[in-house]
Ligand binder design. Structure first.
Ligand SMILES: NC(=O)c1ccc[n+]([C@@H]2O[C@H](COP(=O)([O-])OP(=O)(O)OC[C@H]3O[C@@H](n4cnc5c(N)ncnc54)[C@H](OP(=O)(O)O)[C@@H]3O)[C@@H](O)[C@H]2O)c1
Length: 231
C-alpha cells in the first residue's frame, strides 16, 4: 500500500512541485489549499488516482476538524508544512505595521502548529515524518538573506520561531517514532523576476524540501539540499 502524505499550501509554487515530486515517489498525496477553485484546477492538471485534494486554511479555527476529516483513521507517513504568508521585503523591526506582522506570525507559526497538533494521531500510527518548510531568512546560515541581513522582519522572525518550534517538537515526539525535519528550499523562483536575483527553478526548491527523506539529516535541524544550515 502507498505511503500517505499531506501537503499544506499545495496549489501553487513550491508546494505544488512537492506534490509532483511525492507522486513521482509513489506516495498517495493529499494536496490541501484554501480555495476550492485552486483544488479543482490541480485535479484537472494532475489527473492521478494517487491524488486527493482537500480544503485547508491553516489559520482557520476548523483546522482540527478539517485535518481529521481528510485523514480519518489512516496512518500518515509524511506531513509537509509548506503554506506560508510573506511580508513586504522592506519591512523592518522598527517600522513594521504590527497588525500585518502578527498576521505573518499567526500563519507561519501558529497555523503550522495547529496542523501539527491535528495530524499527530495519524503520524503516530505510521511512525511518520514531518517536514516543516523553513527559510534561510530565519537563520544565521544565510549570508545574503539571513537574520543578520536585510529582508522582511516579521517573515524572518516567524520562520526562526517555526525552526525553534519544530526543533522542540522533534525531541517531544522521538519516542513515538516520529521524525521532524526543517528544510529550506533556498531562494526559489516562485514569483516573476526572481531569477534575476539568482533564484533556482521551483522543482529544485521542492527537492531541497524533500531531501531529508533521502539523506542523513539529524532530526530537528534546519537543512538546505540535505545539508545543515545554522539556525
Ligand atoms: N520562494 C522562496 O524563495 C522561498 C525561500 C525560502 C522559503 N520559502 C518557503 O517555501 C514555502 C513555499 O513558498 P513559495 O515560494 O512557494 O510561496 P507561494 O508561491 O506564495 O506559496 C505559498 C502557499 O501558501 C499558501 N498559503 C498562505 N496562507 C495560507 C493559509 N492560511 N492556509 C493555507 N495555505 C496558505 C498559499 O495559498 P494561496 O494561493 O491561497 O495564497 C500558497 O499556496 C513557504 O513556506 C516559504 O516560506 C520560499
Amino acid at each position: 500500500m502507498s505511503r500517505l502524505a499531506l501537503v499544506t499550501g499545495a496549489a501553487r509554487g513550491i508546494g505544488r512541485a512537492v506534490v509532483d515530486e511525492l507522486l513521482a515517489r509513489e506516495y498517495r498525496v493529499i494536496a490541501t489549499a484554501r480555495a476550492a477553485e485552486q483544488l479543482a484546477a490541480l485535479e484537472d492538471e494532475i489527473d492521478s488516482p494517487a491524488l486527493e485534494v482537500g480544503l485547508l486554511d491553516i489559520e482557520a479555527p476548523d483546522v482540527p476538524h478539517r485535518v481529521e476529516g481528510l485523514l480519518g483513521d489512516r496512518a500518515l507517513s509524511l506531513l509537509v508544512l509548506n503554506a506560508a504568508r510573506f511580508a513586504p521585503w522592506d519591512e523592518t523591526v522598527g517600522s513594521a505595521d504590527l497588525s500585518q506582522a502578527r498576521a505573518v506570525v499567526e500563519t507561519n507559526l501558529f497555523g503550522s502548529w495547529a496542523v501539527v497538533q491535528a495530524a499527530l494521531p495519524a503520524l503516530r500510527r505510521a511512525r511518520g515524518t514531518i517536514i516543516g518548510v523553513g527559510s534561510g531568512a530565519g537563520s544565521h546560515g544565510d549570508p545574503r538573506f539571513g537574520l543578520a541581513n536585510g529582508g522582511a522582519a516579521s517573515y524572518a522572525v516567524s520562520k526562526a520561531a517555526l525552526h525553534a518550534l519544530l526543533h522542540k517538537l522533534s525531541s517531544e515526539v522521538a519516542g513515538d517514532g516520529i521524525q521532524v525535519h526543517v528544510a529550506d528550499p533556498g531562494l526559489t523562483a516562485t514569483s516573476p523576476g526572481m531569477e534575476e536575483f539568482g533564484a533556482r527553478p521551483v522543482p529544485d526548491g521542492a527537492r531541497s524540501i524533500l531531501a531529508p527523506l533521502d539523506g542523513h539529516a539529524a532530526p530537528g535541524v534546519l537543512t538546505r539540499d540535505g545539508a545543515p544550515l545554522p539556525w
